[in-house]
Design a protein around this ligand. Sequence first.
Ligand SMILES: Nc1ncnc2c1ncn2[C@@H]1O[C@H](COP(=O)(O)OP(=O)(O)OP(=O)(O)O)[C@@H](O)[C@H]1O
Length: 345
Amino acid sequence: MIKLTNISKIFDVSGQKLTALDNVTLTIPQGQICGVIGASGAGKSTLIRCVNLLEKPTFGSVIVDNEELTQLDDARLLLARRKIGMIFQHFNLLSSRTVFGNIALPLELEHQPKEQITQRVTELLALVGLEDKKDAYPANLSGGQKQRVAIARALATKPKVLLCDEATSALDPATTHSILRLLKEINRTLGITILLITHEMEVVKRICDQVAVIDKGHLIEQGTVSEIFSNPKTELAQEFISSTFNYQLPDEYLEYLTETPTSANSRQVIRFEFTGRTVDAPVLSQVSRKFNVSLSILMSQIDYAGGTKFGFTIAEVEGDEDAVTQAKIYLMESNVRVEVLGYVG
Ligand SMILES: Nc1ncnc2c1ncn2[C@@H]1O[C@H](COP(=O)(O)OP(=O)(O)OP(=O)(O)O)[C@@H](O)[C@H]1O
């Protein structure tokens, strides 16, 4: 369990005070995966580094596995940190050591007997699927393999908590998926609590139970993934959710799109966005029948996160001007976000 209470971090930058975190309170129950999402400079790295006191909070309390870390002396903090593993965006492996040597390092620092180290490293190599790479050097590994080594190293001392600092940001999408699957499996099989920071909602959507949104050092929204995806309360959370949709109308089509109607027959091109709050009914067919408008669908994407259905549809909408306006109002009242992208025809 991780419990951060009223955490503030104020840096002194050339005599000026810079508040990187302002009164942040966040609890992650044992065995859960929590994602903290925010834009660049929001305070994510500072927050995650406060959990293992790589950064000492200016104010507030940090409890990990029932221990208040801010009160510990250096020797006891060192012991407490063994219960907290950490992985990084750029892996931070030692290039002069083999895969085996990198994973063994934390155990060597604990002066564990050689046989015990060999046994533990062998188990970890199997866990992360790198048995055949044990004698390889980091320079000869792919990004995904390097992150697997880093994960194995972070788990060597059997931590209760794993901190992931933008752990997939340097990886391609397929490798990102395989690393996220591995993290989820580790969470499920070993019961490790995971706190990850990311700027990608896709990561949150894939593996997190909880999400917290951070903006300019403030935690502005938090809840279960399904709560946030179904009912985002802040514009920023909504923007992060929308960013998980990859849509791009074809260039040939965009050439015909105008900002204003060019004739009486112009059709509106509208993006309809559905969230968990949208009325659970076939609302597009309803408006088509009710207001006698026709919808010609250009693209559509529906997704699930935390059991919540969400997505968007882009369509050309044709009909009497008043009818189209009525249809848009009806959809907005059904909690569909309606955005006119332009006009065609
Ligand atoms: N050691 C430091 N000294 C002074 N200012 C710092 C220090 N570390 C972070 N900051 C400042 O604190 C703020 C938050 O930085 P932080 O790195 O936590 O953000 P972030 O959300 O992780 O950003 P990014 O995604 O770009 O890494 C920024 O304004 C940053 O410049």
